[in-house]
Ligand binder design. Structure first.
Ligand SMILES: Cc1ncc(COP(=O)(O)O)c(C=O)c1O
Length: 405
């Protein structure tokens, strides 16, 4: 009898709620219409947002130099780490190349961080709505997510009192995602200071997922949370995926902003040790990082112009759609639609909305359920070219009118 081959506890603990929902979502678009997906948080899918020639040339140079053919040190090449520290540094707080660990995307940076912090039974405070991978990774380590609510009525500001009340003796960190996926919101300074006060009161570090940094619209301002405190330890998460429009290049990073008492010393050693579990991030792209991070402002301005125009286009389009409130996007590349199911004849919830919409109109949006969202919401990724957005929004409008009570 051959020995049975089973899987590890980690496999059994790894659940991906977004996959569970998306895989079970009935996605049956009509055959006679162009399928329009506004579901994927990948800015490259439509071809209208791409890295510019300068960024591509930096990789080409690295490729031809053969300097990135070999393994890098597991935390990354010193030049790349120093360039990331220069890029991420805030005036009020030192950050050096030694404080940076280069990873295979921000998702790997998050995983290393949770792995270094979370023992079975520990918990991390997470935003709801939030990026579902946090919970997946924490649960896979035997940890637990505890969700603090973001309030749609206040443009998704964090409920800081609720956050404070969630802390218990097994809480190991507070995670903040700003600008937010999936909400497209940007925390104002007062909210961030409130979060810092909670962390300070309980002696907790903050994990700051700031991968959408600087993708901020109109008069909103992005404050790196590390810039607002010199005493709370901050573990920053970032990467090239969004601001530099290259999610496929798989470069992320962990930034260690220690406090004056060096309470992150052990975590730093832990992260360094864990970074050796894989033999370093993508060497080729690391060689190009010093140039990529200094790409001219015109590149960033262009990305931002596309996002801002699309954000405004979206706000305008949904003003007249019955049963739908578009919560004004402030940053990132997302917006949330609030669905007033009472105004529809035959739409039960957000999932039903998404399924019927794709079946009838061939437009895919993700229901808020995918993001631990209570109430009925749908997330829209608005990176598509304007004419596609217009077409998708016209179809959503027609759908809502047809189903209106
Ligand atoms: C909030 C947030 N953090 C992290 C990631 C992962 O980024 P990466 O592609 O660099 O792994 C994403 C990707 O969508 C994200 O939305």
């Amino acid at each position: 009898m051959p020995r049975e081959i089973t899987t590890s506890a980690v496999v059994k603990l790894t659940r991906n709620p977004i996959r569970d929902i998306v895989d079970n979502l009935k996605i049956e678009p009509p055959k006679d219409r162009r399928f329009l997906s506004l579901a994927l948080g990948d800015p490259t899918v439509f071809g209208n947002l791409q890295p510019n020639d300068e960024i591509v040339a930096a990789v080409e140079t690295a490729l031809r130099s053969h300097a990135g053919d070999g393994y890098s040190p597991s935390a990354g090449y010193p030049e790349a780490r120093a360039a990331i520290a220069d890029f991420a540094r805030v005036p009020s707080r030192p950050l050096a190349g030694d404080d940076v660990i280069i990873t295979s995307g921000a998702s790997h940076a998050l995983y290393l961080t949770f792995k270094a912090l979370v023992n079975p039974g520990d918990n991390v405070l997470l935003p709801a709505p939030g990026f579902p991978l946090y919970d997946t990774q924490i649960s896979s380590l035997g940890g637990q997510a505890k969700f603090y609510p973001l309030d749609p009525a206040r443009n998704w500001a964090a409920d800081v009192a609720a956050m404070d009340a969630l802390v218990d003796d097994r809480t190991v960190a507070i995670l903040v995602c700003n600008p937010s996926n999936p909400c497209g919101s940007v925390f104002d300074r007062a909210t961030l200071e409130g979060i810092i006060a909670v962390a300070e009161r309980h002696g907790l570090p903050i994990i700051a997922d700031e991968i959408y940094l600087d993708l901020v619209f109109d008069d909103n301002v992005f404050h790196p949370i590390a810039s607002l405190s010199t005493t709370v330890p901050v573990i920053g998460i970032g990467g090239l995926a969004k601001k530099f429009l290259v999610p496929g290049w798989r470069i992320g990073w962990v930034l260690i902003w220690d406090d004056p008492a060096h309470r992150l010393a052990e975590l730093r050693r832990g992260l360094m040790g864990l970074s050796a579990l894989i033999l370093g991030g993508n060497s080729l792209i690391q060689r190009a990082i010093p140039t990529i991070l200094k790409v001219n402002d015109t590149f960033h301005r262009r990305t931002l112009d596309v996002l801002i125009n699309n954000a405004h286009r979206s706000i305008e389009a949904f003003k007249t759609v019955p049963g739908i409130t578009c919560i004004r996007p402030q940053g990132a590349m997302y917006l949330m639609l609030q669905i007033d199911v009472a105004q529809f004849r035959d739409i039960r919830d957000d999932r039903d909305f998404a399924e019927q919409l794709v079946a009838e109109e061939g437009v895919l949006v993700l229901p808020g359920q995918c993001f631990h969202c209570t109430g009925h919401f749908a997330r829209i990724v608005f990176t598509a070219p304007a004419e596609r957005l217009d077409e998708a929004y016209a179809r959503i409008d027609a759908f809502c009118r047809r189903h209106q009570r």
